[in-house]
Design a protein around this ligand. Structure first.
Ligand code: AHR
Length: 499
């Protein structure tokens, strides 16, 4: 067989943290207003949240959700979202009206309904270190101070006890409200981190790394910012979105994982350089707190990708980047999932950006129906089965050229947990690929085989919500060390084995 993948539980990359599979809700487009929150909807609960959306997200079992932005964050005052009097503001980031009907308390309550923790972000654009320290006090300090008593007066007697915090968002980008240089942000973030941890020493902090590897200041931004903040923070953030390359070829698009891997390794090396420079024993963790497929131009699937922020300007919940994902997107997405698993030693947190309507696995109509996008399924399977330890595979599959350089035709990752293996694999070619799966050290039983295959441009919609869903395929029988598997053209496969 031309392709061979060797699997051994003796070779561990690292532990897969549950929080690797987090997600993101931003006050952007129809993510909150018209997405999770739609008080006029027949299925709205007593607080205005859609129960069908809650159920779809609960089914995913998302461990943690980043909130409230994104670019929105850099102009947002968290105090606008608490108490009885909620100001109506212009959101300069996305050109929309922010009614502040959903704020800290409402979002926290919603996150409990979907069963997720909150990853709270503090504003480093128009916000100050003092604002950041105060929101930690508001959320996490038991009581007896003016700020913590305000929380209690607003109906939350016990602290929210939010553990995970982000210091700003994409502060290197000129699109950011009050963007900063690396020196400016590094200093501000370090002082902010100090104050936040002085309020609550149990919190974990993430600083903004480069907004993407195409940012002109990458990776020096990361180095400078880490030099200021290394001793105060726990994670550095990475953001990365992919679309088609100039060629428009599926093979190139589905090879985005190659670039993703290089990005992660460069940021890890930069962090290690700073750690060495500081003679630090600490290993900086990486938080890929925005990643996804994001098409800025219409594709075969999207009639309109709603990429124009001048449309429906100054309305509540306008359409913003509502991509419709097809099977090809789900396969490219599954490739990114594999890269996260294959870098589980360094990437300890992650957020699929985003969760509802805005480049999202769940889509809604205002007041109407909802559907699960193609990417919902590899995301769900990752949350469910990519856990335990990531195994270092010997991937000896055939090579091909791509716009990202030489890469394998089959890309894979494997998690091992309590006697079970979960192997995620994508076939990036238009031909069926046969592959020998070689369990180097033991015999196993194939328990389950789940595939997403077919027309690469098939997609789900309100009218056909289940057109593209994963399907179970026949398992090879017997307990053995080698399996000859067939991967359909342009497909994603999950194979589960037990000892
Ligand atoms: O997720 C959408 C946007 O992408 C976020 O607001 C921003 O951080 C990134 O550029």
């Amino acid at each position: 067989m031309k392709n061979r993948i060797v699997v051994s539980k003796d070779y561990t990359i690292g532990s897969i943290e549950r929080e690797l599979w987090g997600s993101f809700v931003e006050h952007m487009g129809r993510s909150v207003y018209g997405g999770i929150y739609d008080p006029e909807h027949p299925l709205a609960d007593e607080h205005g949240f859609r129960k069908d959306v809650i159920a779809a997200i609960k089914e995913l079992n998302v461990p943690i959700i980043r909130y409230p932005g994104g670019n929105f964050l850099s102009g947002y005052c968290w105090k606008d979202g608490i108490g009885k009097n909620r100001p109506v503001r212009l959101d300069l980031a996305w050109g929309q009206i922010e009614p502040n009907l959903v704020g800290l308390h409402e979002f926290f309550d919603w996150s409990e309904k979907v069963g997720s923790d909150v990853m709270m972000a503090v504003n480093m654009g128009t916000g100050t270190p003092s604002d950041a320290a105060q929101i930690v006090e508001y959320c996490n300090y038991a009581g007896g101070t003016t700020t913590s008593e305000l929380r209690r007066a607003n109906g939350k007697a016990e602290p929210f006890a939010i553990k995970t915090w982000c210091i700003g968002n994409e502060m290197d980008g000129d699109w950011q409200i009050c963007a900063l240089t690396a020196e400016e942000y590094g200093r501000k973030a370090a002082e902010t981190a100090k104050l936040m941890k002085w309020v609550d020493s149990d919190i974990r902090l993430t600083i903004c790394g480069s907004s993407s590897p195409v940012s002109p200041t990458y990776p020096d931004w990361d180095r400078v910012v880490l030099q200021h903040t290394y001793n105060y923070v726990d994670y550095i953030s990475l953001h990365r979105y992919y679309t088609y390359t100039e060629s428009g070829r599926l093979e190139d698009f589905m090879s985005a994982h190659t670039d993703f891997d290089g990005f992660i390794k460069t940021v890890a090396s930069t962090a290690d350089y700073v750690g060495a420079y500081k003679r630090s024993k600490k290993k900086m963790k990486l938080s890929l707190d925005e990643w996804n497929i994001w098409h800025t131009k219409p594709t075969a699937t999207d009639a309109d990708v709603y990429n124009d922020t001048s449309k429906d300007r100054w309305t509540v919940g306008p359409r913003r980047v509502e991509n419709v994902y097809d099977l090809a997107d789900a396969v490219a997405f599954a490739g990114l999932v594999c890269t996260l698993v294959n870098n589980a030693d360094r990437v300890k947190m992650g957020c699929l950006a985003q969760l509802v309507n805005v480049i999202a696995p769940v889509m809604t109509e205002n007041g109407g129906r909802m559907f699960r996008q193609t990417i919902y399924y590899p995301y769900q399977l990752a949350i469910k089965y990519a856990k335990g330890r990531a195994l270092r595979l010997a991937n000896q599959s055939e090579k091909m050229d791509s716009d990202y350089g030489e890469t394998e035709k089959i890309y894979a990752a494997c998690a091992y947990d309590e006697g079970e293996y979960a192997l995620f694999a994508i076939n990036k070619t238009g031909e069926e690929q046969e592959c020998l799966l070689d369990f180097a050290t033991e015999s196993v039983v194939m328990k389950e085989r789940i595939e997403m295959k077919g027309d690469p441009h098939a997609h789900n919609s309100f009218d056909e919500p289940d057109k593209v869903v994963p399907a179970k395929a026949a398992c090879e029988k017997g307990k053995k060390a080698q399996f000859g598997i067939k991967l359909p053209p342009y497909s994603f496969t999950l194979l589960r084995f037990a000892e």
